[in-house]
Write a protein that binds this ligand. Sequence first.
Ligand SMILES: *Cc1c(COP(=O)(O)O)cnc(C)c1O
Length: 388
Amino acid sequence: MSERDARPRDTTRVRAEVDLAALRANVTSLRARVSGAALMAVVKADAYGHGAVPCALAAQQAGAEWLGTATPEEALALREAGLRGRMLCWLWAPGGPWREAIAADVDVSVSALWALREVTAAARAERAPARVHLKADTGLGRNGCQPADWPELVAAALAAERDGLVRVVGLWSHFACADEPEHPANDAQLARFREMVAYAEGQGVRPEVRHIANSPALLTRPDAHFDLVRAGIATYGVSPGPELGSAADLGLRPVMRLSADLVLVKEVPGGHGVSYGHHYVTPGGTTLGLVPAGYADGIPRHASDAGPVLVGGKLRTVAGRVAMDQFVVDLGGDRPEPGTEAVLFGAGDRGEPTAEDWAQACGTIVYEIVTRIGVRVPRVYVNEHATG
Ligand SMILES: *Cc1c(COP(=O)(O)O)cnc(C)c1O
């Protein structure tokens, strides 16, 4: 996947350009919004499909103090690639690589007693304390410790701290509705978070960082910044949701540009069915362009008859079903040369659609559009090195 990869890369067919200067600019702009807090660049899921290692490096170059991943394996892979600095991972399964995380200086999250038992056993074996962030369920109802179970977890963590097995360096939580700034759950979660933090601190926990904000909360709730904010989608220059405005409104630059080259342009008569199931039938004589990217590349099948594509300066729409490896656009009689670029999404400032446009066309969230771009699509890093 890296540019150093020796295998020939299929960039003639389809490619996702990843503009690391845009990523650095986003990190700089996000850091300016959180003057009092540190910034964690969330690089889980291969940096939301953008490539974890180059994006993590670029984020650090722009001043991100922390890196965050979901799984410990993702964090350990970053360490293996040579990434330094503070790193937190939070999605643990029983039997997970706790010892490896302690040895690699990766912070871990604990939501329940089973995880505390496993991490203290690992710390004993490793003869080194684990850095633990206790996670509170302040209302998301997903991971995290319920308020009723919090006293027991806090007490057990403090006991482990007294035994020299852990250091409780973080108290944290996650929002359910931050992309809807007016949603009452946001205030309720924030109040609950303050209570749960105050309880733990009252018992003797001395955290380095308290954190609850994801990208939408970073952008809309300064009162939720605390000591650290965790920015995922905004790092990649994508708006967290329509209620927050476009990326441009938020001062963010989209990092990924997805394009493919037409492999066939041909004339067809009216009434001609297009692609599986013939869900599109040409309204009259026209030309069709074949785009060599499909759902195996992460183009949602829900984009059938809906996804926008810029070809030869004109916006076209996916005609008929997206297949595994390819889809068709009706070019309305135009005859661009094979090899002409079809832009699926990009920054949006040159007439091309944005990832947000694809999310809307497919009835999903923009997170899914960028994250699902498949391993068969080469990532091409541009502006890898900061200049000036
Ligand atoms: C993915 C994730 C984030 C980042 O969310 P964005 O909305 O992409 O900024 C932050 N915290 C946790 C726990 C996450 O899982």
